[in-house]
Design a protein around this ligand. Structure first.
Ligand code: NAD
Ligand code: TYD
Length: 335
């Protein structure tokens, strides 16, 4: 099987590549990534010379570059992880979110059709559903009500995928996952930012009252769900993925400080994010019933192993925070 993975140098994409190369020996994998600020080939150093893996630097929204890639290999499936993903960045600069998340997805969909690739997986997010009150959970039929430029660009991509299924008969599937945590997450997102700031003795910036709720899932469980959806998901189907594991930000940050043995005095309340979604929670009954997916990590051990990973990989996150990591791929890949 020839699989095209986009955005494979990012957090979830790189975990997915490790997962596929380890657990699915029939797969030859091509990773296309533009290496934006959050693309880091150090995440893939262990598989750089793997016989079933190849990296190509390209922008998914560049039709000519992507055409060459599709023409060169007869792909059996495309898994689109590439995206601009940070809500705060989308608030200060939405344009690149539309470029990659909407136009990039459209380029991939067009080439998937043109080259008759039999299967397309769109990695989406629970954020397309907007914000929940204190109770209830998102199901696949919850109306889309995105609130940030990030989530609205992801919703736009989801609607395009839906349109290609209905209009052109594309065989595509969409997953909408809750917040992920685990190794290789860029330290601008909550968990790695708080771990690394605490280790550096820097303040931990908690937005607003700290009582916004997220439903956390280990990235490895997301990777297993993505593979199952790719392999067995129904044509045109959407699958919510989540761990039934709700935490408010303040409680989570305190738990991280406890695991690290650092004082709560590092917590600093800062101005709230504009339009900040209050609560996300996923009802994952469909993927569990139809595809047999269940999370395997319990949060306390998943969080502990994640903290341990950042402790053991201090040079990785220090190089990301200092910007040094970008030299790695320039040297190793002569890019
Ligand atoms: P990330 O920001 O860590 O990585 C994104 C990757 O995409 C990077 O390697 C980047 O270089 C690449 N990229 C960006 N623009 C590109 C372009 N134009 N062409 C090619 N590559 C490009 O993101 P992540 O957290 O790994 O998220 C991956 C996917 O999962 C995204 O689609 C995101 O919406 C979705 N998702 C993320 C979470 C989460 O908690 N992180 C939860 C649910 C869904
Ligand atoms: P984030 O990791 O950016 O994911 P998302 O906004 O996509 O859910 O943020 C998770 C939660 O943590 C969200 O409620 C915003 C909050 N947050 C902070 O309180 N401080 C921070 O410095 C960051 C990055 C996030």
């Amino acid at each position: 099987m020839n699989l095209l993975v986009t955005g494979g140098a990012g957090f979830i994409g790189s975990n997915f590549i490790h997962h596929v190369l380890r657990d699915h020996p029939q797969v030859n994998l091509v990773n296309v990534d533009a290496l934006t600020y959050c693309g880091n080939l150090e995440n893939l150093a262990a598989v750089k010379d793997h016989p079933r893996y190849r990296f190509i630097k390209a922008d998914i929204a560049d039709p000519e570059a992507m055409e060459r890639i599709f023409a060169e290999t007869r792909f059996d499936a495309v898994a689109n992880f590439a995206a601009e993903t940070h809500v705060d960045r989308s608030i200060t600069g939405p344009a690149v979110f539309l470029h990659t998340n909407v136009l990039g997805t459209q380029v991939l969909l067009d080439l998937t059709m043109k080259h008759r690739v039999p299967r397309f997986l769109q990695i989406s997010t629970d954020e397309v559903y907007g914000s929940l009150p204190e109770t209830g959970a998102f199901t696949e039929s919850t109306p889309l009500a995105p609130n940030s430029p990030y989530s609205s660009s992801k919703a736009g991509a989801d609607l395009l995928v839906r349109a290609y299924v209905h209009t052109y008969g594309l065989d595509a599937v969409i997953t909408r996952c809750s917040n992920n945590y685990g190794p290789f997450q860029f330290p601008e997102k909550l968990i790695p930012l708080m771990i690394t700031n605490a280790l550096e003795g820097r303040p931990l910036p908690v937005y607003g009252d700290g009582l916004n709720v997220r439903d956390w899932l280990h990235v490895e469980d997301h990777c297993r769900a993505a593979w199952l959806a790719l392999e067995k998901g129904g044509r045109g189907d959407v699958y919510n993925v989540g761990g039934s594991n709700e935490w408010n930000n303040l409680a989570l940050v305190k738990e991280l400080l406890r695991l690290l043995g650092k004082p709560e005095t590092l917590i600093t309340f800062v101005k709230d994010r504009p339009g900040h979604d209050r609560r996300y929670a996923i009802d994952a009954a469909k993927i569990s019933r139809d595809l047999g997916w269940h999370p395997t990590y319990d949060f306390s051990s998943g969080l502990k192993t994640t903290v341990d990973w950042y402790l053991a990989n201090e040079s990785w996150w220090r190089r990301v925070k200092s910007g040094e990591y970008q030299k790695y791929y320039q040297e190793q890949y002569r890019l």
